[in-house]
Design a protein around this ligand. Structure first.
Ligand SMILES: *Cc1c(COP(=O)(O)O)cnc(C)c1O
Length: 510
């Protein structure tokens, strides 16, 4: 099966799955999509008997057709091992009847990005070999906090890879910084940049765009790659847990074979919910897909009106990973629903022509509008948003009624789910993607719980009181974090980022 860019109007550049993963962003600026979504390669009746790893194998095999079975099994074994503090990788919590929180946060950095970033390094190194590259892959990441540590944890000590993470010095939380600079992987480097996140991200983009540098590196046996969320290799592993969740609901007797489940996803870049949509297209009985946003409700408005408009203030919220005005992965959905009739050239991929047009409008004017026909193709989606007061109230309510502590991202989804069920009366069992552990956001969570105590100044001192509330053991990710040795101390100016990369790679050669 081939993959094409969402902007490849001639379908001139088919690539294999491994090549798409290796490349990340397509050279024309589009995103790679499979030429068709494969059907589930097994009957639904078999699903009950599949564990997480076997589900992952079957689902990924259907998409990654140029990987051998052995290669995929290697990837899965390397990824979903003891790094996850849950034997089946994910866990479920049913609060009221028919409402299931799908906990995706039992990996190394206690957020759902671990689900994909733990397997991507293995898929990437195998992709490199398949495509004739036998040097070392160098992953460059600019992070505003969370992605950096998840990528470090995923790539740490994976043979054939090296990872360099840049973060704005002073621009991430103390806990996030400490998680990164204590990273022990021998192939890792973490660098603070004297600048803000935008400077840092631009710096990394410039390094990626420097052709002379790429050539020099290649001579030395290195090649750059990215672990960005637009990489199809990050999207596909996320399809797995929706399929697995259906099996779990069958096992629990919450569903009979073939009955639909609904899904709610707290959304930022639109990757996670798109994965659920792909699961549905594979034939998994999913009814509604609820897209939940925080105060940055660009997607809520988009699904209501058919108009995407990023021209609005950027609001900093208690769910920072959803503070996004340009949801990059939405492009894959736009491609899928694009109106072919708008294109007059019979030889072209009309969807790609239309998709490129809309993305150009977004870039130039900050907005675009769908046709009525296109809008009608979004009928599977429902969208809603929750503001910060509602999020805090939801955290409080769920704790009060079920003694269950959820993080602010999950709370956005939880509130949107409740509103949807109240308004529609739809009692279909529903799976809420629970994307972060409350231990990742101890201050917001404890503040929402209104315990009446003054909160300690340092976030490090909030883990203990939160642990009381959660009645859980402290996750490895934060346990004794404060006393781990600091291993990365490099700080550089924005203008020195490229030299810093070269220096790190020269060191690595020795
Ligand atoms: C990244 C992230 C999200 C948003 O996921 P998308 O795939 O970007 O929509 C939601 N919650 C948490 C905790 C995240 O880290």
């Amino acid at each position: 099966m081939n993959y094409y860019s969402t902007r490849d109007a001639r379908r001139a550049n088919p690539v294999t799955a491994s090549k798409a993963i290796l490349t990340g962003l397509a050279p024309d600026g589009g995103l790679y999509v499979p030429e068709q979504i494969p059907a589930l390669p097994f009957g639904l009746d078999e699903l009950k008997a599949l564990d997480y790893r076997e589900t992952a194998f079957r689902v990924l095999k259907a998409f990654l057709t140029d990987y051998t079975a052995d290669e995929l099994r290697d990837c899965i074994a390397g990824a979903y091992d003891a790094k996850f503090e849950s034997p089946e990788t994910v866990e479920f919590k049913e609060t009221e009847k028919g409402i299931f929180y799908l906990e995706l946060f039992h990996g190394a950095t206690i957020a759902f990005k671990d689900m994909a970033l733990s397997i991507l390094p293995y898929m990437l190194t195998k992709a490199a070999k398949k495509n004739g590259f036998d040097g070392e892959i160098v992953i460059l990441v600019a992070t505003s906090g969370d992605t950096g540590k998840a990528a470090l944890a995923g790539f740490a000590d994976v043979p054939g890879t090296r990872i360099i993470v840049f973060y704005p010095k002073g621009g991430v939380s103390p806990v996030q910084e400490r998680q990164m600079i204590t990273e022990a992987g021998k192939n890792t480097a973490v660098v603070g940049v004297r600048g803000n996140f935008d400077d840092t991200q631009t710096g990394v983009k410039n390094i990626f765009g420097n052709k002379a540098l790429a050539a020099e590196l290649k001579e030395n046996g290195f090649a750059f790659s990215s672990a960005n969320s637009i990489n199809i290799g990050r999207l596909l592993p996320q399809v797995v847990y929706y399929v697995y969740a259906y099996g779990e609901l069958l096992r629990r007797g919450a569903l009979k074979l073939g009955e639909p489940m609904n899904v709610t996803v707290p959304t930022g870049n639109f990757g996670n919910i798109l994965a659920a949509h792909y699961a549905k297209q594979m034939g998994l009985p999913i009814g509604k897909l609820l897209c939940a946003s925080n105060d940055n409700r660009v997607l809520t408005d988009f699904f209501a009106s058919g108009r995407y408009d990023k021209k609005r203030p950027f609001i900093l919220t208690t769910s920072p990973s959803m503070d996004i005005l340009i949801s990059s992965n939405l492009e894959r959905l736009i491609y899928e629903i694009a109106d072919e009739s708008a294109c007059v050239d019979g030889n072209a991929d009309a969807k790609a022509v239309r998709c490129s047009e809309l993305m150009k409008e977004l870039k130039e004017n900050g907005e675009y509008s769908l046709t009525e026909a296109e809008k009608a193709r979004l009928a599977d989606f429902e969208a809603g948003s929750a503001n910060q007061a509602e999020v805090a109230e939801e955290i409080r309510r769920v704790f009060r009624d079920y003694a269950y502590v959820i993080d602010p991202h999950t709370a956005v989804a939880s509130k949107v789910t409740r509103d949807y069920r109240t308004v529609t009366g739809d009692t279909t069992p529903i799976v809420i993607a629970s994307t972060a552990s409350p231990f990742k956001f101890p201050r917001s969570v404890l503040t929402a719980l209104e315990t009446g105590e003054a909160l300690a100044e340092s976030d490090f001192d909030l883990f203990a009181p939160l642990k009381e509330k959660c009645a859980r053991t402290l996750p490895k990710a934060v346990d004794r974090l404060e006393s781990l040795p600091i291993r990365h101390t490099t700080v550089c100016e924005v203008g020195e980022m490229q030299d810093t990369v070269m220096k790190i790679l020269k060191e690595a050669k020795k």
